[in-house]
Design a protein around this ligand. Structure first.
Ligand code: HEM
Length: 233
């Protein structure tokens, strides 16, 4: 599982001279952290780019949440989807009505090509999420999430990797599609097994990445995995 959605940094992309007309049409809006900024199916219909901070995009049903992505600087999304959008940090967005954005796509083929690339990444991530939820259990999803974070944002140290995970246990559970209790139990099991060292609330150390891969295949975790499989079914 991964929370990164896009590899294209649109803030950097918009600095190119060919996008000067598009750039000027976005409105800058600031939000405090931990605030729901867009409800699902926001009919006002806006496209937004993250200029600063992070926002979480997630689906919610009754008391369950599932995170689709954590957007960071340069990522784009829209408000006309079934997802909720909540800030994780103090955040600045560049916002534009969807209809206006659509007109720019028609007028600027070069911009359209970039946006098509973005839609491709959105589709790719949707396939990854479906594959993870249908074919993998929660232990594998958690291990994959930590491996992805370690490889993309980790800092090599003493043959292992140190890592900052700036998410609460609830938010981490929503990323891997489990309850808070299950995510917490699995993290504690990883710590006991020596796969993970918790240095502080946000700082982790993974002594050997291959231990994490082995852990996700381990026998001792089936009890949580099968419970979760039943929940997701
Ligand atoms: C990069 C910007 C955009 C992103 C990331 C985006 C993303 C999405 C997503 C994820 C959905 C599925 C929503 C759901 O079923 O929950 C959707 C639906 C849709 N989008 Fe976009 N969109 C973008 C721009 C646009 C633009 C420019 C238009 C053109 C006017 C557009 C028109 C639509 C329409 C018509 C639907 C179907 C809505 C419905 O079923 O009610 N989108 N979009």
């Amino acid at each position: 599982m991964k929370t990164d959605l896009f590899s294209i940094d649109l803030i950097r992309e918009l600095q190119k001279p060919e996008y000067s007309g598009v750039r000027a049409e976005f409105t800058e809006k600031s939000f405090l952290r931990n605030v729901l900024i867009f409800p699902p199916d926001d009919r006002a219909g806006q496209v937004f780019i993250v200029k600063k901070g992070r926002v979480r995009v997630y689906l919610a049903f009754e008391d369950k949440e599932f995170s689709l992505a954590i957007l960071k600087k340069g990522d784009i999304y829209s408000t006309h989807t079934r997802a909720y959008v909540t800030t994780l940090d103090d955040t600045v967005l560049l916002v534009m009505p969807t209809a206006k954005f659509h007109r720019f796509m028609i007028l600027h083929p070069v911009f359209s090509r970039t946006v098509m690339g973005i839609f491709g990444e959105l589709l790719k991530q949707s396939f990854s999420i479906i594959t993870s939820l249908v074919f993998k259990d929660v232990t594998q999803r958690l291990a994959e999430f930590l491996l992805y974070e370690a490889r993309s944002h980790g800092r090599p140290e003493d043959g292992g990797v140190s890592l900052t995970i700036d998410l609460t246990m609830e938010q981490l559970a929503a990323v891997v599609g489990s309850s808070r209790q299950t995510a917490s139990t699995l993290i504690n099991e990883m710590i006991r097994a020596g796969v993970l060292v918790k240095r502080s609330r946000r700082e982790l150390f993974l002594p050997r990445l291959e231990l994490l891969k082995d852990f996700s295949m381990g026998e001792g975790h089936d009890v949580y995995a099968s419970k979760e499989r039943r929940k997701m079914a």
